[in-house]
Design a binder for this molecule. Structure first.
Ligand SMILES: NC(=O)c1ccc[n+]([C@@H]2O[C@H](COP(=O)([O-])OP(=O)(O)OC[C@H]3O[C@@H](n4cnc5c(N)ncnc54)[C@H](O)[C@@H]3O)[C@@H](O)[C@H]2O)c1
Length: 313
């Protein structure tokens, strides 16, 4: 197995690279280091610095490397940035995806794994947790691009006999996390607690209500879903989440418990585009991928906090 991971120098992609290397696969990371870091790429993986929007370069890499599997994590990851600049978001998240899909179609790639976002493709859900058959109603340019990405993946798959799976992540947290992504609050809280600085809890509708609610899934569990998707789940999209809602305030308290210290808290109202609550039902992933989340929030936050504290120390 020779696997290309786009965005493999980023937070989640680098954990997926670790998991694929542990299987004994040959791993090549393509990343432009726009938000990723060279040091995130595991030692056993080969690194190619390239922009996925560079059609000729990507085609040449695919011709030379002859990948059997492609795992597509590269993306513009910020919802607020997508609202500020929808064209840039679409440039990377739609046109960049098409460059990669085109390169797959023209080479011998057997399977393509597309990384979608369960936190945004369902928009403002009528009921929680979301299931895969719920309407897709994205409310941000980022969510629109991820939704379109799933449909483009399906199209290229059926037009070219390319097997594919889409993974709709909830809010992923863990070591090496980037503060700008969908679960960036965990990285931000870790840094603030370590610095002893005050934190802001957004999304409060009434004083003391603890802010918005999210479904936090540990990055090691997410990497395991990417391993399962190599062989299973063809032609389907799966929620990768826990179905558990956690208030931002409760998340902070759990991190403070892991740190053994508290910091001052300011509660703020919802920000534009903030969804009040979101969680994903992972039952379909249990049936189709044999995947379920295994790491408790307490254990995952403890591992994450320790990583941030060691990085500072
Ligand atoms: N973090 C979450 O909670 C979450 C939730 C749902 C979906 N996702 C998706 O997971 C994927 C990984 O996100 P992450 O949180 O690890 O973010 P990240 O920023 O750490 O990773 C994205 C990687 O893509 C690279 N990249 C960006 N534009 C590129 C380009 N034009 N060419 C080549 N490489 C490029 C970046 O340098 C970075 O290494 C993304 O597709 C994101 O949309 C993340």
């Amino acid at each position: 197995m020779k696997i290309c991971i786009t965005g493999g120098a980023g937070f989640i992609g680098s954990h997926v690279a670790d998991a694929y290397l542990a299987l004994g696969a040959e791993v090549v990371v393509i990343d432009d280091l726009s938000t990723g870091l060279r040091r995130n790429v595991p030692r056993g993986a080969r690194f190619v610095e390239a922009d996925i929007r560079d059609r000729e370069r990507v085609a040449a890499i695919f011709r030379a490397e002859r990948f059997t599997h492609v795992n597509h994590h590269a993306a513009q990851i910020s919802v607020p940035a997508s609202v500020q600049d929808p064209r840039f978001d679409a440039d990377v998240n739609v046109l960049g995806l098409l460059v990669v899909l085109e390169a797959c179609a023209k080479s011998e790639v057997e399977k393509f794994i597309f990384i979608s976002s369960g936190g945004t493709v369902y928009g403002v859900p009528d009921r929680l947790p979301c299931v895969e058959d719920d309407p897709l109603a994205p409310a941000s340019p980022y969510g629109i691009a991820k939704t379109a990405g799933e449909f483009y993946t399906r199209f290229y798959g059926s037009a070219n006999g390319l097997r594919w799976t889409a993974l709709r992540y909830s809010n992923v947290y863990g070591p090496r996390q980037n503060p700008h992504g969908e679960a960036g609050v965990v990285a931000i809280f870790c840094s603030r607690i370590i610095a002893g600085a005050p934190v802001q809890v957004f999304g409060a509708c009434a004083p003391g209500d603890g802010g918005c609610e999210r479904d936090y899934v540990y990055v090691g569990d997410v990497a395991a879903a990417n391993v399962a998707a190599l062989a299973k789940g063809d032609g389907e999209a799966f929620n990768i989440g826990t179905s558990t809602l956690t208030r931002t305030r409760a998340l902070l308290e759990a991190l403070q418990a892991a740190a053994g210290r508290t910091v001052p808290v300011e509660e703020r109202g919802p920000r534009p585009g903030d969804v009040r609550a979101n969680s994903l039902d992972p039952s379909k992933a249990a049936r189709g991928l044999g995947w379920r989340p295994r790491t408790t929030l307490e254990a995952g936050l403890e591992l994450t906090f320790r990583h941030f504290a060691a990085a500072r120390g």
